[in-house]
Ligand binder design. Sequence first.
Ligand code: HAM
Length: 447
Amino acid sequence: MITKPKGCHDIYGAEAKKWQYVNQLIDALMEKYNYQYIRTPIFESTDLFHRGVGSTSDIVTKETYDFVDRGDRKMTLRPEGTAGVVRSYIENKMYGDATQPVKLYYNGTMYRYERPQAGRDRELTQFGVEVLGGDDPIIDAEVISIPVNIYKMLGLKQIKVNINSLGDMESRKAYREALIKYFEPHIHELCEDCQERLQKNPLRILDCKVDCDNEIIKNAPTTLEYLNQESKERFDKVIEYLGALGIEHEVNPKIVRGLDYYCHTVFEIEAKVEGFGSQNVLGGGGRYDGLTEELGGPKTPGIGFATGLGRVILALEKEEIKLPIKEGIDVFILYVNEDEKLNAMYLAQELRMNGFSVETEYLGRGLKGQFKQADRLKSKYLLILNSEELKDNIVTIKNNKTKEEEKIDLDYLIYYLDEHIEEDEPFHLGHEGEEVHLEEGEDDEED
Ligand code: HAM
C-alpha cells in the first residue's frame, strides 16, 4: 500500500469541517479588517528564499524542499509566505497603488523538511497577513491583534503575546557586535551549529534548541539594551497601543525569531493548551522594513505574522472546544420508480439552485432504506414523490422532526421551504443583538 508522506495529513470527515469553519472565520474577519486575499505560487525560485528568508536561517539551510525542474531551474517549495508575498508586491508594482498601506492575507500550504511531531509537520498550512507601505506602530498593533482575536473567537484561553524589539539597522548592528564579543570567549562550550552562527548570525544562538538551557545563552545581553532612542520610542508606542487594545503581552527579550529579515517588532503568540509543551506557540511574526529593498523593490516598510492552522486545530481538539458547525441537510427526496427518479433529479437541482442543501437516493434502496438514509444525513425535511400525485403537480412533504406531513402543490414548494427552513446563517461575527467583547474571565453575573 502506498501511504502518505511523513509529516503530511489527509484532512476529511469531521476534521475537514473544522478546517472549513476556521477558514470561513478567517475570511469573514479579514473582510472586516479590510485585508485583501492574495495567492502566490507554492513553488518559487530557490533564490527568493535565500535572499528573502535569509541564507543563515535554519528554514533555508536545513528545511527547504528544493528541486531542479525539467528546464534546469532551481526551485523551492515555499517554506513560508512572506517572501512570496513581498516578491508579488514588487513584481506587480503594488507600491504604486493609491491606497497604501497594502494589507494582504493568505492561507495556504507551506513545506518544511522538519522532524515531524504533534503540531510540527512537513506540509503545513499557514494563515498570515502582510502589511506593506506603512511603518506607524498602529499597524504593528493591528497585525498582532488579528491572531489574538482569532484565537479568542475560537475559544482558546490565556492568549499571551511575547514581544520584543530588534531595533533599526543601527541598533541591530550594535547588538550584533555586542553578542559576538560576548559569545566569542565561550564559543567552544556551545553546539557546532552555534559555533557556525557566531559570525554569520549571532542572534540565532539565542534561540538554539540544543543549548537553550545553557547559562551562557541565558545571561547574554538583550536586544533592548542596544536599542537607540528612536527604536526605543517606537517600541514603547507599540506596547502602549497593545495596551489600548486590551491585548495581554509581555516584553520578552528572548524572542529573536528564526528568520533573517526581521527588525523592530518581533512577537510570538502562545495559548495555554493542555499537553502542548513547546508547541503552545501558535503564531509569530514581525517587522521587516529592509526586505522589499533586499528583493529588488523600492524601500518599503512591512510587517506580518503567520499562524499554523494545523497547530490551531490541534489546540482546539486538546482543549475539547466544540465549534458551532452546522450539521445535516435541508431536504432528502425519496422516490421509487423511474418516473419519480427523473422528477427527484430535477427537483434536487431546482432546490439546490435556490439555496437549499438537498440529497436524494443513489443506490436503489427501497423506501424504508431511504427514510433511514435521510435520518443518517440529519435531513430537516423529506420530499416523498409519488407518480400518481405528481400527475396532479402534488408532492408530500414531511417534517422529519415533528413527523407532520402535508401535501403541497409543486409550484409552491420553494415558497414552502423558504417559510419553514430557517436560512442558514451565513458566517457572521458575534451573536445576534449582542456586542462582542473578547476579554477573558469577565464575571457575567456582576454587570
Ligand atoms: P514562523 O514562526 O516560521 O514564521 O511560522 C509561523 C507559524 O507557523 C508558527 O508559529 C507555527 O504555528 C506554524 N509553523 C511553522 N512551522 C511549522 C511546522 N513545521 N508545522 C506546523 N506548523 C508550523 C513565519 O513563517 C513568518 N513568515 C511569519 C511572518 C509573516 N513574519 C512576518 N510576516
